[in-house]
Design a protein around this ligand. Structure first.
Ligand SMILES: [Zn+2]
Length: 384
């Protein structure tokens, strides 16, 4: 309790100056820390000030997003957990070039297939939405989908399994990767993934809270990645499991507004960056809301992972997670291409060779628009 309030008062700014400039990252010289929050439930009522149906403060999504961009978050994938919510997620993603989303049905919401009265029609609506959003470059995954045996009260296991499997049809039809949820269901999850492993390109098992044994089942699939958030880092056992995840398979997330790191968690002692915090009743736009997690706090997840893995080179680690994420969710993106380019073009790392850069662009990303920033290194950006 006292720990908590103490932490609330600390405004950590020491990392601010290391945040990215407009020219870093791509050039590989003095890179800042860059994050992608792969899971944010930004359609949740809490970002409209609604808590249990009660209005506690004004809608503050734009403030929340600004805090995220200021903290080095460069993209956010907004989670879609039902057909309706996926539509809302896409509408939100359309409002900012840095927002993306998923389309799918969460395991605890799978009764909606049956309740719709026509599961096939439900599927077709999800498919149409996923295709529409993917064509715009906004829908980057099918999901979230999977199995959650901790919350069978919302949907029985048989229904969860049936419609988890059905969502591989979506992945196959769209070519999108999968955004996966697995809670206390590793064996059945593994069986279903195994049966469908050739129908999807890659996926991320987000909000991973499993045992080491569960982890081994997941990473045995070479195209499965592991999403880590505050819920994945609660106990010292969780932190031990984290050490066994190959760094090349880790992605970071908040699962905001849920899964924040609390002072009682084993992870909390590793946090370096905090923001002023106020209770929802005392909301002000310069503070985060106590007990409401938000995307800027993906930075804390990163700090905990770096500490637990003993990684001192923050820039390298953040780049590593960023690249893992691009490989799966942004495979056609200029960042992914730029990494290839960097690797094959070390000799020119000081930049200046516009000819070769344009040649690379022509060859690998003719449909992307190349924007040159007014700085002495070239900055690539995909304009949508
Ligand atoms: Zn989830």
């Amino acid at each position: 309790m006292s720990d908590d309030s103490k932490k609330d008062k600390i405004v950590q700014t020491t990392h601010r100056h290391t945040l990215r400039s407009s020219c870093d990252g791509i050039s590989g010289v003095m890179p800042g820390l860059r994050f992608i929050d792969i899971a944010a439930n930004l359609t949740d009522g809490m970002f409209r000030g609604l808590y249990h149906g009660k209005q506690q403060h004004p809608a503050d999504i734009s403030t929340v997003l600004k805090r995220a961009w200021d903290a080095g978050v460069e993209r956010i994938i907004v989670t879609g957990g039902s057909l309706h919510e996926s539509r809302e997620a896409l509408t939100l993603a359309d409002t900012d070039g840095r927002l993306y989303c998923t389309v799918g049905v969460h395991p605890t919401r799978c009764l909606e297939w049956e309740d719709s009265g026509d599961p096939e029609k439900h599927y077709q609506e999800l498919l149409a939405l996923a295709k529409e959003g993917a064509a715009k470059g906004k829908v980057v995954a099918v999901g979230e989908c999977g199995l959650d045996y901790d919350r069978l009260q919302f949907c029985p296991a048989e229904i969860q399994k049936r419609y988890f499997e059905k969502q591989f049809d979506l992945a196959e039809a769209t070519g999108l990767p999968m955004f996966l949820h697995m809670r206390a269901a590793a064996e059945d999850f593994k069986t279903i993934v195994e049966r469908n492993k050739n129908r999807f390109r890659a996926g991320c098992v987000h909000s991973f809270t499993g045992t080491n044994e569960d982890l081994q089942k997941m990473v045995a699939f070479p195209n499965l990645y592991i999403g880590i958030n505050g819920c994945s880092l609660k106990t010292s056992e969780n932190l031990e499991v984290l050490k066994n995840i190959p760094p090349g398979r880790i992605m970071i997330e908040t699962d905001a507004p849920y899964c924040g790191i609390k002072p009682t968690h084993a992870s909390s002692k590793h946090i370096q960056t905090t923001w002023p915090s106020k209770k929802k009743e005392k909301w002000d736009e310069n503070s985060v809301v106590k007990d409401r997690n938000e995307p800027c706090q993906v930075r804390q997840v990163f700090e905990v992972i770096a500490a637990v893995l003993g990684e001192k080179d923050y820039a390298n680690l953040s780049r590593n997670f960023y690249e893992n994420t691009c490989k799966v969710f942004f495979p056609h993106d200029i960042d992914t291409l730029a990494n290839t380019w960097k690797g094959s073009w070390k000799a020119n790392k000081e930049g200046g060779d516009l000819f070769h850069m344009l040649q690379f662009h022509e060859l690998h990303a003719p449909s992307a628009i190349l924007r040159l920033q007014p700085c002495h290194r070239y900055h690539w950006d995909l304009q949508r």
